[in-house]
Design a protein around this ligand. Structure first.
Ligand code: DOR
Ligand code: ZN
Length: 344
């Protein structure tokens, strides 16, 4: 049987929620990954160190006892974030980054930032304290087509942040377009990007052809095939500016199969297997370890993991759903389908 042994990967972009949902999904992640960057878009959002430490404790209480998994925390930037918040975060052991959600961009982003330039003193402090800025890079202006939102964010906002804060480390999260790949490639090494499994495996036909398929709906939305190809080329290039971030974003099945379905794909149950599938399809399995296990740790200036995981080329069937609580189900990406790589 074909096997692949790699240093244990980390997930540099993950949503785990709270309560019953957290108890299921965090162990799917902890089984594969050494660490995960935990997104702060709870209701209300995680905006200060005390809240982050409280949430981190709730997460660690939900992880199975023998696990060595570590939750790395992120604070949600709002119009009210202060320089003091930045200093406290940089001095803490728990918080590793700040997240910028333009107001209205996605799930639980209503408290997000409305005026980017008003945040410049905060970016200045983050640059001084050497704490990274993670960005959901989409314009939220109603007149902008949903398929153009990432490209225009880069042109209108990201360029401005980079020009003003050349030493600030920035991760453009879950990139989805050829334009994002091109921008990252020409930018200085202070800019990197995460790429999700769904954006490597699917184009926008997955959502729309043959009926509306809500389990493929996430934000930024899947783009046309040429963009998927550009993302595959970037992820498998060996370039350390691109690394793994699943954006696994669990929502109960009935909230996605809805007249106003939530955005988010649930991939944490088989994340490394999904990436292995995408890299195998591109004949680039030799590039998986850098993307999944080295580039992110290096960018975050954290040590690389030392344990290893083994993947076997073996078919297995993804469950139709995971039971979260009585009558509450979570439908995974590729529900009921066959995956070809399995974590040993
Ligand atoms: O599809 C998404 N779901 N994109 C995001 O940016 C947020 C996430 C969520 O929290 O559900
Ligand atoms: Zn996300």
């Amino acid at each position: 049987m074909q096997t692949l042994t790699i240093i244990q990967p980390d997930d540099w972009h993950l949503h785990v929620r709270t309560g019953d949902m957290l108890k299921t999904v965090i162990n799917h992640t902890a089984r594969q990954f050494g660490r995960a960057i935990i997104m702060p878009n709870l209701q209300p959002p995680v905006t200060n160190v005390e809240q982050a430490e409280h949430y981190q404790q709730e997460i660690m209480n939900a992880v199975e006892p023998d696990s060595e998994f570590q939750a790395l925390m992120v604070l949600y930037l709002t119009n009210n974030t202060t320089v003091e918040d930045v200093k406290k975060a940089a001095a803490s052991n728990s918080v590793k980054a700040f997240k910028l959600y333009p107001a209205g961009a996605t799930t639980n982003s209503a408290q997000g930032v409305t005026d980017l330039t008003a945040l410049f003193p905060i970016f200045e402090a983050m640059q001084t304290e050497n704490i990274p800025l993670l960005i959901h890079g989409e314009i939220t202006d109603e007149t902008v087509d949903i398929f153009d939102r990432e490209r225009l964010f880069i042109e209108q906002k990201l360029v401005l942040i980079q020009q003003n804060f050349p030493a600030l480390r920035i991760v453009l999260e879950h990139i989805t377009t050829q334009e994002a790949v091109e921008y990252i490639l020409q930018a200085p090494n202070t800019l990197a990007a995460t790429i999700t499994p769904q954006h490597l495996l699917y184009n926008r036909n997955a959502i729309l052809v043959g009926g509306i398929k809500p389990h493929y709906y996430c934000l930024p939305i899947l783009k046309r095939e040429s963009h998927r190809q550009a993302l595959i080329t970037a992820a498998t290039s060996g370039n350390p500016k691109f690394f793994l971030g699943t954006d696994s974003a669990p929502h109960l099945s009935h909230l996605k199969e809805n007249s106003c379905g939530c955005a988010g794909c649930y991939s944490a149950y088989g994340a490394i297997e999904l990436y292995a599938e995408a890299f195998d399809n591109a004949d680039a399995l030799d590039k998986l370890e850098g993307f999944a296990s080295f580039h992110g740790a290096d960018f975050y200036q954290l040590p690389r993991n030392t344990r290893t995981i083994i993947l076997e080329k073996r078919d297995w069937q993804v469950p139709d759903a995971y039971l979260i609580a009585e009558n509450q189900q979570l439908t995974p990406l590729k529900a009921g389908e066959t995956l070809h790589w399995k974590l040993k």
